[in-house]
Ligand binder design. Sequence first.
Ligand code: UD1
Ligand code: MG
Length: 498
Amino acid sequence: MPSGENDALAAANLLSAAVIADFSVHTLPPAEVCGRFIFAGRKAMEIKMFTSIILAAGMGTRMKSNMPKVLHKVCGKPLCRWVIDASTEAGADKVVTVIGHKADAVKEVLGDVCDFALQSEQKGTGHAVMQAVDFIKDAEGSVVILNGDTPLINAETIKKSLEYHNATGEQETVITAILPDSTGYGRIVRGADGGVLKIVEQKDASDEEKKIKEVNSGMYVFDAQSLVFALNKIQPNNAQGEYYLTDTLEILLKEGKKVGAFAIEDNDEIRGINDRVQLGEAEEIMRGRINEAHMRNGVTMRIPGSIYIAADVTIGNDPEIQPNVTLRSGTKIGAGCVIGQGSVLDGAVIHDNVDILSSVILNSEVGENTHVGPFAYIRPNCRVGEDVKVGDFVELKNSNIDDGTKISHLTYIGDSDVGKRVNFGCGTVTCNYDGKNKYRTTIGDDCFVGCNTNFVSPINVGNGAYIAAGSTITEDIPESALSIARARQTNKENWKKK
Ligand code: UD1
Ligand code: MG
């Protein structure tokens, strides 16, 4: 490392590593000891109670969006929800999100996954945390502060910084990163002994300070009561006239408290999202993480870089996901499925051993051993049973298709209840809409529907009925009947010659 500053930083990081290494050899504490423990192999580490405060009140002007920034999604999940989930996964006892800009919209999307504090005017990060002070003023243990626009933070990193914080006995631990280009971030200023002295914002930094590569991630671990103490002392004496949370560091140092920094390993984790370019980059990184986790879990992916899987999608054993597949939120894939090239599934529940090729399935369920596609379109609210075939250019909507039925080609079935083992000929259409209202078609078990049949609904077809090809069915068909509803053919002999 070239500068003295960076030597000091290296020394400080070695020190943190040593403290952690030392702490990690502590053995399992007795069961009656309060608190929770993180198990690392057979060793365990105590983590004190902690509250997470997530700052999410800002405008996010650079997104150029009507939607609050923190509600923009990465892999199907809102930015701030990633941060909330990471906190919860790390073991937070309470998560408080500070909201302001379009607070109601944020609250509505997040629902009851966390508590909320309102910052009606955005006067800086320190001011934002002050709005949540009611949640921590009587708290013991630690407070972790995170940003709502930093979705790539991992639960593991939050745990490690808490462990470091607890092991060192610091009152404030700033989570930092060393970036090749530190422009825009608050710089970590260290003294000759490597100790952290203060954080200087870009707008307040001298030319010398601007050269510092270690930056403030905007994430911190505090001792709860030291944070409350320091918040009361922050003043808006800076270039932006804001209450800077970063000032807590100097305030606590002045009080003789111990402060320090925990340098993160993976710089991606501190990426804040300010515009759509950064949103795209974060999505790319998250997509890679999600796909890697699925592959490690036994999912075969052909050309993983072309596959998009939302965060909440679940996949059973031994499936194959082919190129250019999109699996959106709410999708569940069973064991042994093949999701073929170019398929798009959104809120689809697919049971075991289903084979889907180049098809779209929206908010519907598909039973075991069923075959879908190529080029099938299953629209919302369908329930397709087991051993069904939904073949090429078949569209289903708001319909139930029972086990063993075959709908092989060029067919539209809407608002229908179809029984077991029905065979649809090519080009069947349910005429479910009269221009004003929609009606249902009900077809019993073991029916045979000839090619090019129209059902002018509402229609009921009894079990075992047989419909001649080219029929336009306008009346109910009783059980086991043959129905022919087409004009009788007449051949005019020698008509052309005449
Ligand atoms: C902050 C840090 C900076 C750090 C950077 C990391 C301060 C003074 N500076 O700067 O050292 O390097 O984050 O990304 O803290 N927010 C509110 N209410 C407010 C202001 C902000 O809720 O009044 C929220 C924002 O929505 C955002 C977070 O706090 O989620 C950070 O705010 P932002 O304005 O982006 O801070 P930076 O200037 O980037
Ligand atoms: Mg920022």
